[in-house]
Design a protein around this ligand. Structure first.
Ligand code: ADP
Length: 274
């Protein structure tokens, strides 16, 4: 499912003393089946943009088209339920939204709300547990007895249970240890590859953006500062700096970039423009 924004703008609390234009002038196209990372400093507008991707927020100017639905500013957008089903959002710390008695019930909650039979939902929960790497025996346990990584996998399975076509990930590895981070990011990579899920990763990790995404969108002060392939974006170190971001000067990041771009980088990544 393609997503296209034209002149997208969002102002919070318009015409009040608390008016705040959080994003503006955004033109972007996210191709069906692609893997895009949205990067930016705190306050650059990532979360505001993200909430337009499934109709949680509506444009105050411009438009956003999600699949065959266009949501225009100043137009009553009704019936957004189908969009919300097609675009699954894994919010930060999604395990905070777990609430059922068992892991299985938590995974089944969404589909059963959308009319799936209990038998089918059971099947789905079992197969999704496998997909996200949860051992079958945890399905009967309380989600609150699980490890942090397993709780997160449960919450992710709950989002996948709705069979989204687009998966939006908001800092999905926040709070996990390095191994947990890598495992979760590899899981999303696999879902992208094997299920063809359009994947949109909101992150401030340059490492993850460079390693996993095919397209990058760098936000700065509410608008798109630079976008393109990792090669295009990371070769304009000046633009990255202007956006208040820094390329990590680690050997690991250098190797990630080298693998992604298929080039040898002399010196640190900060010097790749030369
Ligand atoms: P990011 O996710 O990149 O940190 P946000 O989209 O949360 O950025 O914020 C962009 C700007 O909008 C910031 O200046 C922020 O203070 C402001 N903002 C975010 N949410 C609200 C809100 N609910 N009401 C008013 N201003 C907001």
């Amino acid at each position: 499912m393609d997503i296209t924004a034209k002149g997208l703008e969002h102002t919070y609390n318009p015409r009040t003393p608390f008016e705040k234009r959080a994003i503006y002038g955004m033109d972007l196209h996210i191709r069906s089946g692609s893997y895009t990372a949205i990067i930016g400093h705190t306050g650059s507008g990532k979360s505001t943009l993200l909430q337009h991707l499934n109709g949680l927020l509506k444009p105050t100017e411009g438009s956003i088209t999600i699949g065959d639905r266009t949501i225009q500013a100043k137009e009553k957008a009704k019936n957004l339920k189908s969009i919300r089903k097609k675009v699954g959002i894994v919010f930060q710390f999604p395990e905070h939204q777990l609430f059922e008695e068992t892991v299985e019930k938590d995974i089944m909650f969404g589909p059963m709300n959308f009319g799936m039979s209990e038998d089918e939902a059971h099947q789905k929960a079992r197969s999704l547990a496998e997909t996200v790497g949860l051992p079958a025996e945890v399905l009967e346990r309380s989600p609150f007895d699980l490890s942090g990584g397993q709780m997160r996998r449960t919450a992710i399975a709950g989002v996948l249970a709705m069979e989204p076509e687009v998966l939006v990930l908001d800092e999905p590895t926040a709070g996990l240890d390095p191994k947990g981070r890598r495992d979760i990011m590899d899981l999303f990579s696999r879902l992208h590859r094997e299920k063809g899920l359009t994947t949109i990763l909101v992150t401030h990790s340059m490492e993850d953006a460079a390693r996993y995404a095919e397209n990058l969108i760098v936000l700065h002060k509410g608008t798109i500062h630079v976008k393109g392939t990792p090669e295009e974006v990371f070769s304009s170190a000046e633009k990255i700096k202007e956006a208040g971001l820094r390329l990590p000067e680690t050997v690991q990041f250098k190797h990630t970039l080298e693998a992604k771009l298929g080039v040898r980088i002399q010196g640190t990544p900060m010097t790749i423009e030369e």
